[in-house]
Design a protein around this ligand. Structure first.
Ligand code: PLP
Length: 422
């Protein structure tokens, strides 16, 4: 019966992201055929993309000494120098960003990059003040929520809700409500946003960037689904980077989540801090994803994979899921889908839902459908009287068509039942 420290309690005390990853991992490991796993952020297994990973592994195996170099060596803590140089070249060539290898660091997945960034910049400062991360728009990625090693880290601003169609809405940053006080360490957004599939407009990003710059703080843009890879963006959106912007990328959503490869593009001081933290916490990063992707980044093939295969695949999955929703829900109850502009999810809002989204999650789980209750994504904003936070859910549309269709049908049945019982 060991007593846990405050940090131990914070990190080992259970969390939404842990629940989600348990559900996800267990469903993938031993879920029966009847489980509709619409919960996690598991990217699809796209056959053409998996064939490329297989080809790359075969190339590594065929080249004398190559496998041994990958699996029998530690990389430097910042990551494989050749991979880092290739990434810097790609960003310069694609976007004209003025950066070099000193601006790039690899981490063990994007998730780890966020743990490092948040705890580097916010929390208790040397002068005793506590600094926070400002989320200019919630709902925001559940994976950030419990990452503060020294306790709660976030201040969040609810969005403006704009109805954009009979069954469609879009969140907008409420700039009137957004205030950068002197205890704010950084502003952070995911773009495209997990859970909603929102893509903040170029204008919203420009305003946030100016706001951060004028306060001398970083704007963190989580680009896990963004350009140039995996580029799961269905609208026009301009990728941006300047020295006060910290951009994170990942190899996960293009199809390599098991390799745990995150990328941070930032001011050299921040990039160097990532490497320092990697060495203390993990010595080095996993090599294999970098080795698989290296020639694809050097040749630019990774851009073709993203644009010609991955992006069209998810555009179609999103469209199909929206069709299933329209078919299954009909006009029996009120519902809105957040405009699907990117990422792997539909965000559903049921105004006037007579039960909480958490209860809906439980009822759906009993019927073999796993989704994520929306309430988890509103961390950093405590107003429990705001009903909207208990009226939403996130469902992933990456699984096989039959599973997505049946899952959506059962969601419709359970929402209908909740209304009938009320
Ligand atoms: N950021 C966002 C918005 C995500 O959705 C995810 C994964 O779902 C991550 C970061 C972290 O991904 P990874 O650690 O696999 O790179």
């Amino acid at each position: 019966n060991h007593e846990f420290s405050n940090m131990g309690r914070q990190l080992a005390g259970g969390s939404g992201i842990e629940e989600l990853m348990e559900d996800l991992g267990n469903a993938l490991a031993h879920g029966g055929p009847d489980i509709c796993m619409l919960g996690g952020g598991q990217p699809a297994h796209i056959p053409e993309v998996n064939a490329i990973w297989r080809r790359r592994m075969e190339e590594i195996l065929a080249e004398p000494g190559a496998l041994e170099k990958v699996v029998a060596n530690y990389d430097p803590p910042r990551g494989n120098p050749r991979f880092i140089a290739a990434l810097a070249n790609l960003f310069r060539k694609e976007f004209g960003w003025p950066l070099g290898p000193e601006n790039v660091a690899i981490t063990s997945g994007g998730q780890t990059a966020f743990f490092f960034l948040f705890n580097l910049l916010a929390g208790e400062m040397p002068d005793g003040r506590r600094k926070k991360i400002l989320l200019p728009l919630v709902p925001e990625y559940i994976g950030y929520a419990n990452q503060g090693a020294g306790g709660d880290l976030f201040r969040a601003v609810p969005p403006k809700i704009e109805k954009t169609g009979r069954h469609e809405f879009k969140y907008r940053v409420d700039f009137d409500a957004l205030e950068v006080t002197d205890d704010i360490a950084a502003i952070c957004v995911s773009r495209p946003t997990n859970p909603t599939g929102n893509v903040l407009t170029d204008e919203e990003i420009a305003r946030l960037s100016d706001l951060a710059k004028s306060h001398g703080i970083p704007l963190i843009i989580d680009n896990a689904y963004g350009a140039p890879f995996p580029n799961i963006i269905f609208t026009d959106a301009k990728p941006v980077w300047e020295e006060h912007i910290i951009l994170t990328l990942s190899l996960s959503k293009i199809g390599l989540p098991g390799t745990r490869t995150g990328i941070v593009v930032a001011h050299p001081r921040i990039a160097a801090a990532m490497a320092s933290m990697s060495s203390i916490i993990g010595l080095a990063n996993p090599n294999i994803g970098q080795a698989i992707a290296l020639p694809l980044v050097e040749s630019g093939e990774i851009l073709n994979i993203a644009n010609e295969t991955v992006k069209p695949f998810y555009i179609e999955k999103s469209r199909q899921a929206q069709d299933f929703v329209a078919e299954s829900f009909g006009e029996d109850f009120d519902y809105y889908i957040h405009r699907s502009e990117g990422a792997l999810f539909l965000w559903l809002w049921f105004p006037g839902l007579p039960i909480t989204s958490r209860e809906l999650y439980e009822r759906l789980k009993k019927r073999g459908v796993l989704i994520i209750s929306g309430h988890y994504f509103f961390f950093g904003h405590d107003d429990e009287t705001w009903r909207h936070r208990h009226e939403c859910l996130r469902m992933t549309f990456t699984m096989d068509e039959t599973i997505v269709k049946r899952g959506i049908q059962i969601i419709g049945e359970e929402v209908r039942r909740a209304h009938e019982e009320a």
